[in-house]
Design a protein around this ligand. Structure first.
Ligand code: FAD
Length: 494
């Protein structure tokens, strides 16, 4: 194939506009970038919580935090609190950032578990600066816990995704991206290679391209409907296949964290924004009807509903090739992992960055496409395992859904990880795994898995030293939190 000069993006949701913005920022005017979107089809209308690398995306685009938060009605996110996931009434947080203080070659949780065996009754999360700030509705940009070199606040955002897409649309068009409003009704392919050459819109207009980015959402207009790439269905590991969303009035104070509350056959999300709260229920249609899900969600709304319910069907899994021929699928067209750990927007960001790293300036080479697909597969599988862990390691005996999750087989990569943690307390980060060891520790412990053993280094501390370590950390963390602003005050100051 010849040089890539014309890039055509189909879809103007979060995926389409992040792709357009990053591509135009990096490639500048060397390429012609066109984005087609259809107001008649619209976007999925959900997707409001993110994880810390989103800050790198805005930095790379040169969008400052103040502009971003104002334009998107954004708030700060310190982690996700999981309620009722282990047992009814249980709570823990997957907080971003560090927990406690590691010993040489030995993670902090080993010392914590030893202290616990000796009578320590604080929770693991009591030694997380992020968790303690979140629970007290505090926020500050703190690189370290005050007076120490221990990691400080690590944050992401909650925001209105449609406003973010609008911001990025203005950003991209201002830098030369051509936007076309219209519905693609026909796709032309080259006979021999199968490469896509042209898209036809409802009004008859034809748009050609050398490289196509499929951001058309769950339908996968180019990657699946045209190229028949195939899909790996992970529904046997992640049984939820529906969601219903209803935004409501935002309660005050505006919390700096997401809530995920487990229900009989799924879970509800509550995402605080400045102007409203995003809520939804993710559920298994085999265990709960749409009506039951809507009622469950309505009962848990913390304010007056602001819109009719938005029902969404999905199939968890991934496209077998995220890059096929001259089509790269970004966003929901590339696969879907349910939003339990807020990873979809991150996957969009990583997909575009990966494309830029493998950009086929001199034509598409199969070795580059293979490498792109290999990395994308690994990334999806690592996140998949982390999400399955929340379901598998539940201790609930009050519903058929949760018992089904306890009994289900999990991927060998996850089974190995759980087994190692259970027997030794050890957990290792896979190469390029998005989630750090401390993220895994929080969820493994939070879901109620107690290791049978701890690292010998934790036993080198005397009982007194252990108590001092826990008390000192607690004091340092509380002192740092006390110096922070209220979250709302922080937003107002911005
Ligand atoms: P869409 O938003 O569906 O956009 C598709 C675009 O393609 C639209 O512009 C549409 O008009 C256009 N299009 C389609 N067909 C045509 C055609 N024929 N012609 C022209 N244009 C066309 N992610 C997170 O990171 N955090 C979250 O908290 C989160 N929560 C979620 C909750 C749920 C229940 C679901 C289902 C997803 C969630 N996600 C979340 C994922 C997130 O919503 C998506 O990753 C993100 O919105 C990107 O979607 P998209 O742009 O790929 O698709």
């Amino acid at each position: 194939m010849d040089k890539i000069k014309n890039i055509t993006i189909v879809g103007g949701g979060t995926a389409g506009w992040i792709s357009a913005a990053l591509l135009v920022k990096v490639l500048g005017k060397t390429h012609n970038i066109t984005l087609i979107e259809s107001a008649a089809i619209g976007t999925i209308g959900v997707g409001e919580a993110t994880i810390p690398p989103i800050t790198h995306l805005n930095n790379a685009l040169g969008i400052d935090e103040k502009t971003f938060l104002k334009a998107t009605q954004g708030t700060m996110k310190l982690g996700i609190e999981f309620e009722n996931w282990s047992t009814q009434g249980s709570k823990y947080m997957h907080a971003f950032g560090g927990v406690g203080k590691n010993l040489p070659f030995c993670d902090f949780h080993h010392a914590y578990l030893r202290a616990k065996a000796l009578g320590e009754n604080r929770f693991f999360g009591d030694f997380s600066l992020n968790y303690q700030a979140a629970k007290q509705n505090k926020f500050a940009k703190l690189p370290n816990i005050t007076g120490t070199n221990l990691p400080g606040i690590v944050y992401a955002y909650h925001f209105d995704a449609s406003l973010y897409a609008k911001l990025l649309s203005e950003y991209s068009q201002g830098r030369g991206v051509k936007r076309i409003e219209g519905k693609v009704v026909d796709v032309t392919q080259e006979q021999v290679t199968g490469n896509i050459t042209e898209l036809t819109l409802e009004n008859g207009e034809r748009i050609s391209g050398d490289l196509f980015i499929d951001c058309s959402g769950l339908r996968g207009l180019l990657i699946e409907q045209t190229l028949k790439t195939g899909y790996e269905d992970w529904g046997h590991w992640l049984p939820c296949d529906r969601a219903v969303a209803i935004p409501c009035e935002s309660p005050t104070p505006i919390a700096p964290y997401t809530r995920s509350v487990a229900k009989d056959a799924g879970w509800c999300w509550h995402i605080p924004l400045q102007h409203r709260m995003g809520n939804g229920m993710v559920y298994s249609s085999a265990h709960m009807s749409d009506e039951q899900a809507e009622n469950t969600l309505r009962e848990s709304l913390p304010g007056k509903a602001l819109a009719d319910p938005n029902f969404i069907k999905f199939k968890t899994g991934r496209r077998l090739k995220q890059w096929n021929n001259n089509v790269v699928a970004i966003g929901l067209s590339s696969g879907f992992l349910e939003p339990l750990e807020s990873t979809s927007i991150h996957l969009i960001q990583m997909g575009v960055i990966r494309l830029l790293k493998c950009f086929p300036h001199h034509g598409i080479k199969s070795c580059e496409v293979d490498e792109y697909n290999r990395q994308s597969k690994m990334e999806f599988e690592n996140i998949r395992d982390f999400i399955i862990l929340h379901y598998k390691a539940n201790q609930r005996d009050d519903s058929a859904f949760w018992q089904h999750c306890q009994r289900m087989e999990v991927p060998p990569s996850l089974a190995r990880k759980i087994d190692l943690f259970e027997q030794t307390g050890k957990v290792f980060r896979e190469q390029d795994d998005l989630f750090t060891e401390v993220a895994w520790q929080q969820v493994l412990l939070g879901q109620g898995i107690t290791p049978h053993d701890t690292h010998p280094m934790a036993s080198t501390l005397s009982d007194e030293q252990l108590t001092d370590l826990m008390d000192n950390l607690d004091t340092l963390i509380q002192r740092s939190v006390a110096q922070m602003s209220d979250h709302e005050e922080f937003l107002e100051k911005l």
